[in-house]
Design a protein around this ligand. Structure first.
Ligand code: FE
Ligand code: CA
Length: 522
């Protein structure tokens, strides 16, 4: 699809600020006192997400002083104008309107224009008073079932702000992806004790104000802003958007359920406030329906799954805490309890129904944690990291079974979380490596977060022939190119995630031929 470039500039002219002259229609008024912005109210940039065939989500947040209380905004709602155009100069307007930046939602703006033409590029911007935001570039998906020849995507996860710069996003933007998928650890709730590369305010987040401030720091990063302005995103969360290794209503610490759910509500609210999420994902208290599907013509059905909010509690945890652990299956029969769930029963049913309904050439299931189950023991027994699918074997078997039973065309699981690249084919029968391949998995490494201990990567490297590649030494992302006949995946590594100006290189390339299950190295 056509994908014209946008000028590389961060802000467009705001020279009329304070002059009382507003030349742009429609007029925008503040719902309370008219705010006078001493600095750019669009300092956190713009974003789009979740394209459909007639619209998408457009996002911004008014924050003239992102790290000040309330982002430097007055404590009332403010109206913001939005424009969607066919051209970067906004001569040919496709849709426009007024949205309300609510004080209760931290002056975030989520607009979902409808009625746009399918399979088209669009440009968008926001205006308040005399200030105009930077221009974002987005597009509409082709009509359901319409022919789509190719799609370029990027897969990202795990971007600890204090442990590096977002050079990976600069390289990702240069690849010109049409869609960026983020599969979790968009923020980290914790700070870095040991030699941080850069500092954000605060340490571990617990309150709404603390989570809001954390997102404000992350979203101030220019490379992350550029990636959000470049194309639409789709996202799912993992643990660190709330608390390390949390499971449903239990955090890592042993504490009252209500205490953790109040924290989860604060974290989910701040997550929504800072990302281009659809209204269906707007949280209600501690609940947020993040799992959803988007279809890209006849080429791709993309399911974003939530493996965190509904999962069974961590099995056989270390005494005195609730988080994940490295557990011998032989010592923990509960691990194989068929009642244990990763997605929760309603989402399992939803996923199976979507798998049954899809007619796309390719079918991606994007979610947070590694689906390949690696035995970390070398003593003949079976030791698993319980926070990943490895700790939920019955739920994993059910999803594998559904993918096979529904005869899903060219299924691929996209994952993150472990700060390593893992490229694997998964047999239908986990106990029989010679059984036919059911699904392939591409796990992206972290954008910045440090890699895992060597024994974690070694456990994957021992899984031959099912695991093609396992590398925990590099930070980066996966670049995906999809056509009717082939999916190619480039594992892109930055040279040094501690440098904003880092170079990048392709570490390895793999492909899947449509209709022929299994990866092959390129
Ligand atoms: Fe992570
Ligand atoms: Ca994680």
């Amino acid at each position: 699809m056509p994908h014209p470039p946008i000028p590389r500039r961060r802000f467009i002219a705001r020279g009329l600020a304070g002059t009382g002259i507003a030349l742009l229609a429609p007029q925008v008024r503040a719902v309370g006192t008219t705010p006078r912005f001493e600095s750019d109210p669009f300092s956190l940039g713009v974003a789009s997400g979740y394209p459909t065939s007639d619209g998408m989500v457009l996002w911004t947040r008014l924050a003239p002083q992102p790290l000040a209380p309330n982002g430097g905004m007055p404590p009332h709602d403010v109206e913001v104008a939005w424009d969607v155009a066919h051209d970067v100069n906004f001569k040919n307007i496709a849709a426009r309107g007024i949205a309300r930046a609510e004080f209760a939602w931290h002056h975030s703006v989520h607009v979902e224009p409808r009625g746009l033409a399918p399979d088209r590029p669009y440009f968008y911007r926001f205006r308040v008073g005399a200030a105009t935001s930077t221009v974002g570039r987005t597009w509409t998906a082709p009509a359901p079932g319409a022919s789509l020849a190719r799609l370029r995507l990027a897969l990202a996860s795990c971007q600890h702000y204090e442990q590096g710069f977002f050079a990976a996003y600069r390289h990702m933007v240069a690849d010109d992806p049409q869609l960026i998928l983020h599969v979790g650890d968009y923020i980290y709730e914790s700070g870095t004790k040991k030699s941080p590369v850069r500092k954000h305010p605060g340490d571990e987040c617990f309150t709404l104000e603390e989570y809001r401030l954390r997102y404000s720091a992350y979203r101030s990063d220019p490379d992350l802003q550029a990636a959000h302005a470049a194309c639409p995103w789709m996202l799912t969360h993992d643990d660190h958007e709330v608390d390390n290794d949390y499971a449903d209503d239990r955090g890592e610490r042993i504490e009252p359920r209500e205490t953790f759910l109040a924290r989860r509500a604060a974290a989910y609210r701040a997550y929504y406030e800072h990302l281009p999420l659809p209204s269906t994902a707007r949280p209600r208290g501690p609940d947020m329906q993040l799992y959803t599907e988007r279809r890209f013509g006849d080429l791709l059905t993309l399911m974003m799954l939530d493996e965190r909010q509904y999962r069974s509690h961590q099995v056989c945890p270390t005494p005195g805490k609730n988080g994940g652990a490295r557990v011998y299956e032989e010592d923990c029969p509960e691990m194989n309890n068929p009642a244990r769930t990763m997605l929760g029963v309603p989402q399992e049913r939803w996923t199976d129904a979507r798998l049954a309904a899809t007619r796309a050439h390719w079918n991606f299931l994007a979610q947070g944690v590694t689906f390949t189950r690696s035995n970390e023991a070398t003593d003949g027994r079976h030791r698993y990291w319980t926070d990943a699918w490895a700790g939920y074997p019955a739920a994993r078997d059910r999803l594998l079974h559904d993918i096979v039973a529904r005869r899903v065309a060219n299924p691929v699981v996209l994952s993150g979380d472990i700060h390593a690249f893992i490229v694997a084919d998964l047999p239908r029968d986990p106990a029989d490596q010679s059984s036919p391949i059911a699904v392939s998995e591409l796990v992206t490494t972290s954008i910045t977060s440090p890699g895992p201990p060597d024994f974690v990567v070694a456990a994957y490297q021992r899984m031959k022939p099912q695991v093609w590649y396992a590398d925990g030494d590099h930070r980066g992302y996966i670049r995906l190119e999809l056509t009717r006949s082939e999916l190619s995946a480039d594992l892109v590594a930055v040279d040094d995630a501690r440098r904003a100006d880092s170079g990048a290189k392709v570490l390895a390339r793999f492909a899947i031929e449509a209709g022929k299950p299994g990866l092959r190295p390129l």
